[in-house]
Design a binder for this molecule. Structure first.
Ligand code: F3S
Length: 62
């Protein structure tokens, strides 16, 4: 599993980092992905972060 953030669309709400801090971090009020691939034990929370992003700018692929 791979996660990407469309940084042009991110509004910096920080929800992804609070839901899945293993995968997402914040820099200059924009989210970024810390790890590739997504660790096995973070898959569920990573998907939840993507589903929760208010502007749907987290892209998950296998
Ligand atoms: Fe940005 Fe969405 Fe995270 S707006 S900070 S990628 S929850």
């Amino acid at each position: 599993m791979k996660a990407e953030v469309d940084q042009n669309s991110c509004i910096g709400c920080g929800l992804c980092e609070s839901i899945c801090p293993l995968v997402f971090g914040m820099q200059d009020d924009v989210a970024y992905v810390k790890v590739d691939p997504v660790p096995e034990d973070a898959r569920e929370s990573c998907q939840e972060a993507a589903d929760s992003c208010p502007v749907s700018c987290i892209i998950i692929s296998e």
